[in-house]
Design a protein. Structure first.
Ligand code: SF4
Ligand code: SF4
Ligand code: SF4
Length: 173
C-alpha cells in the first residue's frame, strides 16, 4: 500500500537471495552484494542517478549470467520495482524523500503544537528521552536525540505527532 517503500521491498527480497547464495558463481556472489550496497545508499538518502543506472545494469547482467535459478531471479524485485515504481527511486535520490515515509534516514517526527494536549504519553514511550514538555503543555521533540522509532507516532491519541520528510523538518529548524 502507500505506506510501503518499493525500494525497501526490493532490498528486502534481494537481501534474502544474497543470504541464500552458495557463492559458486561471481555474478550472484558479488553482484547481489553490490546491488545491496547501491540500494542501501539509496534508502539512506546517499544515492545518485548514476547509482540507479548501475543498479539496473547489474540486475540485467546478473539475471543473464548467474549459473542457477536463484541468481538468475535474484534481480527480479529490483527490475520490477524499477519498471513500475521508478519515480520512488528517483524521489529518494533527487529529492531525498521517501514517498511512503518509511525509510528512516529520510523521515522525521514532529509534534503539532495545535493538536498536542500535553498528555505525556509520547514522552513516556520515547526510548531516548527525546521528548520534553510539562503535563498539559505542548511537547516537543529534540531531533538530535530522536532515533525515529515511531513510538510517539503510535501512542499519541490526538494525532499530534506528524511523520514528515526529513528535508522539510530540517528546512524549518
Ligand atoms: S547463481 Fe546459483 S550457483 Fe551461482 S552463486 Fe548463486 S546460488 Fe550459487
Ligand atoms: S502523546 Fe500526543 S497529545 Fe500527548 S503529549 Fe505527546 S504529542 Fe502531545
Ligand atoms: S520517534 Fe521514537 S525516538 Fe523519536 S521522539 Fe518519537 S519515540 Fe522518541
Amino acid at each position: 500500500d502507500e505506506d510501503t517503500c518499493m525500494v525497501d521491498v526490493a532490498r528486502f527480497f534481494l537481501q534474502f537471495t544474497a543470504d541464500e547464495s552458495c557463492g559458486k558463481c561471481t555474478p550472484c556472489r558479488e553482484g547481489t552484494y553490490e546491488m545491496l550496497e547501491l540500494l542501501d545508499r539509496i534508502v539512506d538518502g546517499n544515492g545518485t542517478m548514476e547509482d540507479i543506472e548501475t543498479l539496473e545494469k547489474l540486475a540485467r547482467v546478473i539475471s543473464k549470467t548467474a549459473l542457477c535459478g536463484l541468481g538468475q531471479t535474484a534481480p527480479n524485485p529490483v527490475l520490477s520495482t524499477l519498471r513500475y515504481f521508478r519515480d520512488e527511486y528517483e524521489a529518494h535520490v533527487k529529492e531525498k524523500r521517501c514517498p511512503a515515509k518509511s525509510c528512516k534516514a529520510l523521515i522525521a517526527y514532529r509534534i503539532d503544537p495545535a493538536k498536542c494536549t500535553g498528555c505525556t504519553a509520547c514522552a513516556r514511550a520515547c526510548p531516548t528521552g527525546a521528548i520534553s514538555g510539562e503535563v498539559r503543555k505542548v511537547h516537543t521533540i529534540d531531533q538530535e536525540k530522536c532515533i525515529k522509532c515511531g513510538s510517539c507516532f503510535e501512542v499519541c491519541r490526538f494525532d499530534a505527532v506528524e511523520k514528515l520528510d526529513a528535508v522539510e523538518v530540517t528546512a524549518n529548524t
